[in-house]
Design a protein around this ligand. Sequence first.
Ligand code: 0X9
Ligand code: ZN
Length: 774
Amino acid sequence: MRSRLATWLPAALVALGLALPAWAQRETYNGHQTVRVLVETEAQWQALRGLTDDIWSPDNLSTDAVWGESVGPGSVDARIQPHNLAGLAGWGLSYEVLIPDVGALIASQQPPAGALRGTFDYTQYHPLSDIDAKITALAQANSNIAQVVTVGMSLENRPIRGLRITGPGDATNRPGFLFHGGQHAREWINVPVPMYAAEWLLNNYGSDPLAARLVNEVEWFIIPVMNPDGYSFSWTDQRLWRKNRRPNAGGSFGVDLNRNWGFAWGEAGASSSPSSETYRGTAAFSEPETQAMRDFIIARPNIAAYIDYHSYSQLVMWPFGPTATPPEHEATFSTVVNAAVARMRAVHDFRHVTGTVFDTIYQTSGGSIDWVYGANLPGRNIFAITFELRDKGQTGFLLPADQILATCEENLPAILLIAEWLAADLRIDTTVDPPVHVGVGETFAVTVSVVDHADTVADDGVTLLHRVAGETTFAETPMIANGDGTYTGIIAPSGCRQDVEWYVRASSDAGRETYFPLDAPAALGEVRVGSDVLYYDNVEVDTGWNTGVTGDSATQGRWERSDPIGTHAQPSDDRTPGAGRSCFVTDGRASFSGGVGAYDVDSGTTTLRSPVINLAGTDPMISLWYWYSNDQGSAPNADDMPVQVSNDGGSNWTTVTAISTNTLRWERLEFRLADFVAPTSQVRLRLLARDLNTGSIVEAAVDDILIESAVCGPIDGDANGDGLITPVDVNSFAACMNGPAGGGVAAGCGVFNFDLDTDVDLLDWAALQRGVVP
Ligand code: 0X9
Ligand code: ZN
């Protein structure tokens, strides 16, 4: 009797129209752990696969894929059942426990018994019935601008529902913006994020000009749950269900919908085994959920942007997944996505790593964004990206409910930025890389292309705004049409080291503005205003730097010159503006999921050393851009990175500073060489990235090394750098005459060494006299 009652009870609840309570899940996961395992050999990988089917951050290291399933060495997050925990150590696998008891964490996240359902908020997760009710309610309450859309039906005949939001009138000429959560069932945070954006648009339409404009000018399709069968199952049966609910040949269930789309379907990066968590299905688009999404997109030619939300790892990625080949529109993806993550970081200081799927997470085939961007939709070039939301593995798919609201809050500005870009009247891009350095007294030009998008550019509508760094207001200079869609603006000379910040504003006929950089004035172009450039290296080609020297002790993570792959510790991009790609970095490779520990500096020092630079007779100001991260791992902030100079070719070194601040962004370091060593013909610079304390993650990068004269002035003899040789300069000549004891040119006297010999003498005096302006 008792067992009959137990099986009968849930069915009765369903019959009564009550949702099955979440805490009635059949799989409890009691005593299961999630662990981060270091996998260094194929044997270890096979051992781990023998212990678990549930790899949370599946696969790793696509670029070094060597072991089938497109994996290679790296660390892997996996759920392990209690009876297999001992096996981990038995196989000699070293690991760190992420979640000590998965079952207990799930139980602790259940809403209190009797919690009121039928509502929707951002303090807890909600079952499908709440989401459906909320969609219906939002459409009813905002019927002038919102309707329920049904994309299609799932395998188990649930509707894939969402909201269409757009202002009154014909929307066929408005850009369409489609995004959805819930392609993977267990990634619950993906559901409230799109819902929150929908609510924000609807709630602010009547009061916020930006909301009104974006609703009126964009046709929004917001689908919280793309895989309703899987999502329901994750509430009723298995919290950690990922796939849809297809009954497969052989008795297993589920196709990974994000391996079932028709781009590179069946290639490496998906499984042909039905029981696998990344099972691709029997054919491309074999599943009703992917078919429905495909047909929805094909039927709406105006859809121009698409987001597929996932969790976890804090990444924002663009195509492609199957191969390392970057997409044709990579510059656009990179510009928009990097501006979006900058906005996200500004909300709660959560950082998201960017790049292609293949580079940033791992190899995938049959993924949604690859098809949406790359396949079969000629001429559409849909801007298709995918997010991995919070966190970085601490709770993985079980992100606590008290982070729902914050995650929604930080994602809204990214969504709005993409919509603003989508709806912009104009699009602006650089055609010629803007200058990075100009001399005192030099004018410089900025040239951009302005392309008509939703409207045409107004006559005289393009303006260059600029200021000296640190000032609060911008001066405006009209940009002149070159007749080929490009516009050029000229910026007048600025004083010594009075760096110029600039951006471009273009107005349409309708009087609306578009900016370059996209997020200006939050982001700005930057030009160094200095003196004669004595040395410049943007690290795009080999100029003779040593990346690693004899005696270096680091066992991995050595300096190299490369285009870095982003992780939560190292940059996704070099720092050179425009077309630059490479920098010096302590091993620019990365592991899957932004795992920080792979390829960081380990067990010693790695040295980056410049070639010998002849700075004799000059007074050099040395600057470089650096990135440094040492705040992660089990012993954070234990290391530092000395920056040193030598004036004898590298025999003796003087420390300028030891970098220890975790920038996690590019920062400039600048110093006057003479404050540390006298300038000679044998100057070298070096940076020692070192891991002296086990357990700390060390990543560093260097780019755009610039050496210019500390004495500003474009003209020899202009000691005070005002652009002219005047009696004031002449007065300071005497102190430089004949140089310091022992010969050479004294600090600050390089400007008087007209003939570039070894001292300042009467020949230079004669040259100075010829140039003097009374
Ligand atoms: O493996 C996946 O499908 C995604 N990661 S998750 O942990 N959420 O399962 C990443 C997929 C990225 N690839 C493409 N969309 N092509
Ligand atoms: Zn996912």
